[in-house]
Design a protein around this ligand. Structure first.
Ligand SMILES: Nc1ncnc2c1ncn2[C@@H]1O[C@H](COP(=O)(O)OP(=O)(O)OP(=O)(O)O)[C@@H](O)[C@H]1O
Ligand SMILES: [Mg+2]
Length: 261
């Protein structure tokens, strides 16, 4: 059975948030093959909050995220920016939630990088000039400004990941839901992603195994294990509880001192 962490408590949300921007209540979900991936998950994220979602492989992080723009639908209630996730609200919800999938190949489907990043703004009916400007800005935000005419499916994994992030930035979303955005990035790209996420004044839920990223960027973290939320609290508090981290397959990397032969 998953362990519920009792000490961390629930974090006070910033005073800017009267109403949660992301609200999940008693969500349970089983895949069509019968595998139950989420058990009674509840969480609420206020406007402008930056929250990390962590937990071991198979914990249910991606499954939860796919519910946040209606790609999966389980039992329970979900609301985004005050809108219940229901079929009639999905177009509006998808324009507000920028979702980056764990696998960039699920996100990139156009011939060129430009087309992929332009897809959202074009779909929203922006004029050509604005689409070009949005694509240029989003690609430079992820350090891929020179890649507009490259073929998306020929990029390296880290480059694909960066373009996948640009495909949502070009939509100017209110909420970012990023599934392991730093996986596969080189140190420089990872650093500029951290700086970008720090500067963007958006509500964020970001799943990651990169605990240093969590420590650096997210005051609050939600821990999932075996389909349940096992803790939701202050990162600084939770990261000090080595027993708790160990129980859920998490650990802070130990800094190495030099290299010995
Ligand atoms: N399409 C599917 N059909 C059946 N089971 C699935 C499917 N996708 C995921 N699962 C199962 O659901 C559980 C949760 O998977 P999920 O991908 O949400 O985990 P995760 O926390 O994102 O893991 P990771 O850290 O590896 O990305 C796992 O046991 C997984 O095997
Ligand atoms: Mg995942």
């Amino acid at each position: 059975m998953p362990i519920v962490h009792e000490d961390a408590g629930f974090v006070d949300r910033p005073s800017t948030s009267n109403q949660p921007t992301l609200e999940v209540t008693n969500l349970s979900f089983a895949y069509p093959d019968g595998h139950q991936a989420l058990f009674d998950v509840s969480l609420a994220i206020g406007a402008g909050e930056k929250v990390a979602l962590v937990g071991p492989n198979g914990a249910g992080k991606s499954t939860l995220m796919l519910h946040l723009n209606g790609l999966l639908s389980g039992d329970g209630t979900l609301a985004v920016a005050g809108l219940p996730i229901a079929k009639e609200n999905l177009p509006l919800i998808r324009s507000k939630v920028g979702m980056v999938f764990q696998n960039p190949d699920d996100q990139l489907f156009s011939p060129t990088v430009f087309d992929d990043v332009a897809f959202g703004p074009l779909h929203m009916g922006y004029p050509e000039d604005e689409v070009r400007q949005r694509v240029g800005k989003a690609l430079s935000q992820v350090g891929m400004a020179d890649f507009e005419q490259r073929l998306s499916h020929h990029l390296s994994i880290g480059q694909k990941k960066r373009v996948a992030i640009a495909t949502v930035l070009s939509m100017d979303p209110e909420i970012l839901v990023l599934d392991e955005p730093s996986a596969g990035l080189d140190p420089r790209a990872r650093r500029s992603l951290i700086n970008l996420l720090r500067e963007l004044p958006l509500t964020m839920l970001i799943s990651t195994h990169d605990m240093l990223l969590v420590q650096e960027l997210f005051p609050r973290m939600i821990v999932m294990d075996e389909g349940c939320v096992v803790a939701d609290g202050e990162t600084a508090v939770l990261l000090q509880d080595t027993q708790f981290l160990e129980a859920h397959g998490l650990e802070m990397p130990v800094p190495t001192v030099g290299h010995t032969r």
